[in-house]
Design a protein around this ligand. Sequence first.
Ligand SMILES: Cc1cc2nc3c(=O)[nH]c(=O)nc-3n(C[C@H](O)[C@H](O)[C@H](O)COP(=O)(O)OP(=O)(O)OC[C@H]3O[C@@H](n4cnc5c(N)ncnc54)[C@H](O)[C@@H]3O)c2cc1C
Ligand code: SF4
Length: 326
Amino acid sequence: MIDFKHIDAASTEHALSVLAQYGQGARLLAGGQDLLFRIKKYIVKPECVINLKTIPGLNYIHSNPRDNLRIGALTTLSAIAHSAALQQSYTVLAQAASVVASPQIRNMGTLGGNICQDVWCWYLQDGFSCWKSGGKFCDLAGGDSRYYGSIMGGHLCLSNHPSDTAVALAALDARIHVTSPRGHRVAAICDFLPGHTWVDGRLQSHSLPSDEIVTEIEIPFRPTRSAYVKFALRKSWDFAIASVAVSAVIEGGMWDDGRIVLGGIATSPYRSREAEDLLRNQPMSEGLATAAADAALQQAKPLKMNGYKVDLSRTLVRRALMALVE
Ligand SMILES: Cc1cc2nc3c(=O)[nH]c(=O)nc-3n(C[C@H](O)[C@H](O)[C@H](O)COP(=O)(O)OP(=O)(O)OC[C@H]3O[C@@H](n4cnc5c(N)ncnc54)[C@H](O)[C@@H]3O)c2cc1C
Ligand code: SF4
């Protein structure tokens, strides 16, 4: 492990001032389940690590009936998975948090860290030269894309976005609250996770500049039913090969105001408006769920070794849709 300075932040203002002091040399630490792995593998070599867990007041779930849900960025995935209020009214998010990795990782990992984690492509992990590590080539593009490769294309880096909770948050139209020396701003989740993007000279899986901190995740109130289904090779400790988050207002058996978002198959949570349009103001049925699943995968362009994800994803879309009406 490399040597680095470790600073316990006393407040977000303190964390921002240390970020400003170290610039690109600083990294934020929440639960550490992503960052520490990358430091140990020499993928990331920070001069200074800023511990956010010592900041009071960023660990909360504020859930009131008919009001927007607010979750502090340092709230653990376990707290989200076990929250009775979320299980009832934001089922998709509680379910997604409950299938991240393992209980130990969920006890440490935070919602902010889960959506800001980087890709887990094994070419990056094992020291191959690639766009993310300063090279000019993506080895996964023509190589082994079975688990971590996008089937929806991508910009330079073709590794899929790994977060389970981001897929659920996209189905709930979440907004990400961010603070920086320029003040406070709010980004829609799809703008926060647009696919791999250059920010401050880094090819990132999110659009957050290096001097900003995520403070809160807000979910607008909608009286939805929702569900998350995930397929992984192992039951525990494993990323999604593919996953689907759905949410919809269902009145008199009719589907309305729905979202269908796929995970594990694209460089960001992949929302299918084609599938959503098919379902609008229709009563859900097996036949309609199958048609929506076909529509959701219409744009798929699998790589050499991950074509199987197309059929798998279709099945998951069908299952997720039927879960809302069963
Ligand atoms: C074996 C294993 C299996 C896994 N399986 C899954 C899985 O099935 N599903 C899944 O979704 N994930 C999985 N993960 C990833 C894991 O869930 C994430 O690493 C974890 O949730 C990250 O949260 P954290 O709080 O530990 O983040 P950290 O490691 O502390 O931070 C992650 C990144 O986010 C940045 N960051 C953290 N908080 C903030 C903030 N508030 N503002 C700005 N930037 C911030 C950090 O600088 C860092 O770059 C797995 C990880 C391992 C090791
Ligand atoms: S998919 Fe991304 S991380 Fe993997 S080799 Fe290609 S550029 Fe690197």
